[in-house]
Design a protein around this ligand. Structure first.
Ligand SMILES: Nc1nc2c(ncn2[C@@H]2O[C@H](COP(=O)(O)OP(=O)(O)O[C@H]3O[C@H](CO)[C@@H](O)[C@H](O)[C@@H]3O)[C@@H](O)[C@H]2O)c(=O)[nH]1
Length: 414
């Protein structure tokens, strides 16, 4: 029997997602029309013999999360539970803290997935790889290739090219180590807890030797990457399965639009019913869309959205209840819940897509500011924002409930 754990983190971590994360926890933000996490859950539920999915994080359970869990359990007919950490315990500390829940029922193996990635999730392939390669109780990291410069933003893996054993692991190195990067998707078995346990014991001893500190939970804060993988590399225990299928991180709102595009491409095969097509009997788009409007490519429209005549939308996410009035234009933007864009207004952002001429390029999740200036990025309208008619909003972030009276360029409107 198998299980899966999804690491959903907690509120402090979603800062590059503001102001969208004010309304909805980042893991529930819609990517390609469904909550980010649903893609993980769908992939896990498809794996034969999968018995349970555990979400581990330090969000306070709220109505939105509970509703999502109840709906997902019904839709995917699998047990899904949320386990809340008492503090941020890191990527290894959370699974260690809840190890009894994970090993209950004696799963022979379990997946661990970072919530903030989009992927084709080749989980069954990882299982077959584990059976064919490596020692019976070895662990598998999903890897992909990045270009040299961007590899520094990820965990980097040096492998034995014949056996795929991980010989060397460095988390976000400062100089080039390898172009194989960690995708944040792992296949473990209960043996992993012995390794995490050793680090926990050591942390506890170190703490006893130190001056009393304020973080009493520090021994339990353990990072899989730096504390576990680095030590396991070269021990014949850790292997890398390299995928050629799509994979991208979702750190910023801009990368959510890019991830939507990746999933929408996949929907042609996996979920054609979720795609709008221009034909009789095609999927019904909720909301009122007038004929001369042009939507796409890569546009997701939430429920209850109203779109007037002659509207143009591309590379954007329109969240539920928004109202796009006649002839407005929305490019590379996220339009928040219940926001209104006036007639002939133009809301535009700058995409941060990976270089299309480099097959190994990844999306750069830029910081908000560079050299004291706002980095041009997609435009984000928080919820319930009103943009007047005939103005231009360019590369800006508008906080919720703003009623703008003119156009803005390269600004955060508080
Ligand atoms: N439960 C829990 N989850 C956490 C915690 N800290 C982080 N997470 C979750 O763990 C995932 C990794 O988050 P980060 O710690 O921010 O790491 P990162 O910069 O995304 O890098 C990781 O992912 C890359 C791939 O996207 C890897 O390349 C890299 O090696 C590393 O694993 C995210 O889904 C985040 O929500 C924690 O204390 N508790």
């Amino acid at each position: 029997m198998l299980k899966a754990v999804i690491l959903i983190g907690g509120p402090q971590k979603g800062t590059r997602f503001r102001p969208l994360s004010f309304e909805v926890p980042k893991p529930l933000f819609p990517v390609a029309g469904v909550p980010m996490l649903q893609h993980h859950i769908e992939a896990c539920a498809k794996v034969p013999n999968m018995k349970e999915i555990l979400l581990i994080g330090f969000y306070q359970p709220n109505e939105e999360l509970t509703r999502f869990l109840v709906n997902a359990q019904q839709e995917f007919k699998i047990s899904i539970r949320y386990l809340q950490e008492y503090a941020a315990l890191g990527t290894g500390g959370g699974i260690y803290h809840f190890r009894d829940q994970i090993v209950s029922g004696s799963p022979e193996a379990f997946f661990v997935l970072n919530a903030d990635v989009s992927s084709a999730f080749p989980l069954t392939e990882m299982l077959s790889f584990q059976k064919e390669h490596g020692e019976p109780n070895s662990f598998v990291i999903l890897g992909t290739t990045a270009n040299r410069t961007q590899s520094l933003n990820y965990g980097c893996i040096v492998e034995n090219e014949e056996t795929n054993e991980v010989l060397h692991y460095v988390e976000k190195p400062s100089t080039f180590v390898s172009d194989i990067i960690n995708c944040g998707i792992y296949l473990f078995n209960p043996d992993i807890f012995q390794h995490i346990g050793t680090v926990f014991q050591k942390n506890q001893q170190d703490m006893l030797l130190e001056e009393p500190t304020n973080g009493w939970h520090r021994a339990e804060a353990i990072r899989l990457e730096q504390d576990i993988f680095t030590a396991l590399a070269g021990q014949g225990k850790l292997y890398v399965y390299k995928t050629l299928s799509f994979w991208s991180q979702i750190k910023s709102a801009g990368s959510a639009i890019y991830a939507s595009r990746l999933y929408l491409n996949q929907y042609h095969k996996t979920h054609p019913e979720r795609l709008a097509v221009n034909k009789e009997g095609g999927p019904k788009i909720s909301g009122k869309i007038h004929k001369p409007s042009v939507l796409g490519p890569n546009v997701s429209i939430g429920t209850g959205v109203t779109i007037g005549a002659g509207v143009r939308v591309r590379e954007s996410v329109i969240l539920h209840g928004a109202n796009l009035q006649d002839h407005c234009c929305v490019l590379n933007s996220i339009v928040g819940w219940d926001s209104t864009i006036g007639k002939w207004a133009r809301v535009e952002g700058t995409p941060s897509d990976p270089n299309p001429n480099d097959p190994y390029a990844k999306i750069d999740s830029e910081t908000l500011f560079r050299d004291g200036k706002l980095t041009p990025s997609i435009t984000i309208l928080g919820c319930n924002v009103t943009i007047p008619s005939e103005v231009i909003i360019l590369n800006s972030i508008v906080l919720p409930h703003k009623d703008l009276n003119r156009g803005f360029k390269n600004q955060i409107i508080l």
